[in-house]
Design a protein around this ligand. Sequence first.
Ligand code: ADP
Ligand code: ZN
Length: 519
Amino acid sequence: MQEPPLHILNNIFGYSEFRGQQEEIVGSAINGEDCLVIMPTGGGKSLCYQIPALARKGMGIVVSPLIALMEDQVTTLQQLGINAAYLNSTLTREEKSNLAQAINHGDIDILYIAPERLLQSNTLNWLSTKDISLIAIDEAHCVSQWGHDFRADYLGLHQLKEVFPNTPRIALTATANQEHQNEIVDRLELSAPKRFVSSFDRPNIHYSVQPKKNARTQLIQFLKARRQQAGIVYCLSRKKVESTAEWLRKQGINALPYHAGLDTSIRADNLKVFLQEDAVVMVATIAFGMGIDKPDVRFVCHLDLPKSIEAYYQETGRAGRDGNPADAWMVYGLNDVVQLRQMVDQSNASEEHKRNERSKLDSLLGWCEVTNCRRTALLNYFGESVEANCGNCDTCTTPPPKWDATEPAQKLMSNIVRTGQRFGVVYNLEVLRGKKTDKVLQYGHEKLSTFGIGKDVPEDTWRSILRQLIVQGFISVDINNYGALQLTEKSRPILRGESQLFLRKDLKEDIEKKGYRKS
Ligand code: ADP
Ligand code: ZN
């Protein structure tokens, strides 16, 4: 007789009820169905595979990309009396052979394993002779080549379908828009998976994004109002992590650095202090975070722009996992954007990949520049349709001064239509701004009615208009078609003048102050 999932939840995990979609997910997996679970960080993904792994006959396999994460989870499970183990490179020869024996005897309930280890043919051959209850693929977005956490080893995981044809597979991640979801399903070759997409809303997180003036002063003001709280301050470079942590300490803030270049023991010590003591501020690169389970992180600050909205969401998602009010605070400047663009340009990635990264960065910038509710814009980006203002973000509580950019937006959109929705940002702006480049002449676009109608608007303003149109879903970027700009279903109301586009006034003034040249 199978033990009912609710019993396992109550008696083993000590929780009284399932949360959100957990019960349905657990049910599907127990029924042997493949599942795709999109649930924000802290939503409770682990139980979605741990419970069916225990309820079904055999050992559950959990593919996880991070050794630290595996060790954490296994310790927690062992404390609950579950026979959990991990198989990775940190085990000694003896530990490995003991573990192998335990598995052979059917003594292990849940095995955590890194993808490269699982995919070794001797491991696969061996495990294929065992009863496997379920295979969970955690951090499934790592299979996406466009994502910021891509891991080549994940690409091989589709083999599991053949090796374990009767074992349900459940892929889980906290970041995936529709496009990414499809990519995960395709690459992992999930069989008619049930999809469970939870809301990305984190209502207790207050979002705030300010233009960078004096970043340190802005940060210290923010931190001084939160003396008794633990939080994370993200910086782009290791050097900046160290200098910022040092500076904060001089200001009397209990700050510690964390980045991949630090000595392992220092890193471990700093992490321990952060987890165990109160009110520690961890200044870190993004190497810090994935899988850190500290429920009372009260704020996540960004001194530099992350790479994308997805990355931002995941990083800020580490705040307020206990459900109490928390802050996501960021300052950004156009210099950051230039720096990030250069990093993209100079990387060895393919042109296609770079185009995608630039477009992600633009979406993030577009989100920084929104004039309407930040939360609504964030959720819309992840494909959730929300209309109401949240009342818990900076744009809701202190609406920024705006100007009406509907008319230039219409010009831009009609230019996209007239050039056949086949061209990217640069070309569209050339036509709009009346540049007789070789390409423009080659297509004869100097004869279009939209040629040069945008001469009087600075290029940076055009870019900002474009970002807003993209982030609000009026224009889409076709990544598979050289980044061609295209109108969407939502475009009509703007073209007809039934809907307006507002932009931030502060931004317009900044651009004009820059002493911009008109042509
Ligand atoms: P995720 O992997 O989605 O980031 P976790 O699985 O680590 O989230 O869960 C986040 C926290 O929520 C954990 O501390 C976990 O114990 C707790 N949790 C998960 N499900 C429940 C539940 N049904 N009832 C109470 N607490 C839960
Ligand atoms: Zn809001």
